[in-house]
Write a protein that binds this ligand. Structure first.
Ligand SMILES: [Zn+2]
Ligand SMILES: [Zn+2]
Length: 341
């Protein structure tokens, strides 16, 4: 099926990617009548839509983060469950491997299949379902880390760095800055799988989403709220891991700990200047996005005749795909930014 066929019913509008045939947007940046939401991160899941189609997990996350109002009508679809959107368009979700509930939106119309992947990754993640390759005519990909410099190391190796530091510096409080949705839970789970057994100590901002993951069967072992430990008991945290949002690793909040060691966990930490900016002593490369090699590999594996690129290092990926003989074009969607998370 040709690019031109899909362009008749899939378009880019100021609010985002738009399926004209079913009058529905994918991850719109403005409130719309009907929205398909790929996952719960703030740059994809906004509030104020009339009708929302998403996985049950994503709907739960949106409720937890107040992205769903009383008046919003929700339709939860499990991976693989087909739903007739009307106008001849069939919708189903395939797992994206990005965070709990994250999905690629698969749209079928008039013999053409378009897959909007949302954010995705191929590296293993014990806290969500793995990415599923869906053969399609048009594959719509992100390009957040689309530069050859981005080759994400295995998370186990990064977590081992942290465990080594804890052994070497048992008097210091290791304060690890993680995003509340996805990264926090993935880091905790990976530490458990590496044999770390002490309780985690957690900033209040991470609590609700961690409990939500637990309600879907995830087990993070023992964790306690920092706020439940009396201020005088600073020693409790020594040689332990404290988790908080990235902005808190060395602000007023972190001063309550004895000899803090500020650490950030982010995909951008491969770029040293970014770690310095955050004034982190230790940087762990933890990304929930596909790296350079995985972006190209995924585009190839879908066997799509056309690749559309939404956001990130759009030009670099477009060029690399064209060099490999693929048809690729930039959509230049606005309002997507990993750093807002
Ligand atoms: Zn995301
Ligand atoms: Zn995103």
């Amino acid at each position: 099926m040709s690019n031109a066929a899909a362009e008749k019913w899939m378009q880019v509008r100021p609010e985002g990617l738009y399926c004209k045939a079913a009058d529905v947007y994918i991850d719109p940046t403005e409130p719309v009548k009907r929205a398909i939401i790929t996952h719960g991160h703030a740059d994809h899941a906004r509030s104020g839509h009339g009708e929302v189609f998403a996985t049950p997990e994503t709907i739960d996350i949106m409720r937890t983060r107040y992205y769903l109002g009383e008046e919003t009508q929700e339709t939860g679809l499990k991976y693989g469950e087909r739903f007739d959107l009307g106008g001849g368009v069939m919708l189903w979700f395939a797992s994206a491997g990005h965070i709990l509930g994250s999905a690629q939106a698969v749209l079928e119309y008039d013999g053409t299949r378009v897959v909007a992947a949302g954010d995705y990754k191929r590296h293993p993640d014990p806290t969500c379902a793995p990415f599923e390759v869906v053969p399609c005519d048009v594959f719509i990909t992100e390009a957040t880390f689309a530069l050859p410099v981005f080759q994400h190391p295995p998370l186990e190796a990064e977590v081992e760095k942290l465990l080594r530091s804890l052994r070497a510096l048992p008097e210091r409080t290791h304060i690890v800055g993680v995003y509340a949705l996805g990264k926090c839970q993935r880091v905790m789970k990976t530490l458990r799988l590496a044999g770390y057994e002490d309780p985690f100590y957690m900033h209040g901002a991470l609590r609700k989403l961690t409990e939500l993951y637990e309600s879907y069967g995830q087990d993070f072992g023992a964790w306690e709220m920092v706020s439940d430990i009396p201020r005088a008991d600073k020693h409790v945290f020594q040689g332990k891991i404290v988790l908080c949002p990235p902005a808190q690793i060395n602000d007023r909040w972190s001063r309550r700990f004895a000899d803090p060691l500020p650490t950030v966990a982010s995909g951008w930490m491969q770029i040293r200047a970014r770690a310095r900016q955050k004034r982190a002593e230790m940087a762990l490369v933890v990304s929930d996005h596909a790296d350079w090699g995985d972006l190209i590999r995924t585009c190839e594996e879908t066997k799509a005749g056309d690749i559309w690129i939404t956001h990130g290092r759009v030009e670099a990926l477009e060029y690399a795909l064209k060099q490999r003989g693929m048809r690729a074009k930039a959509l230049n969607l606005i309002g997507r930014d990993e750093s807002v998370e």
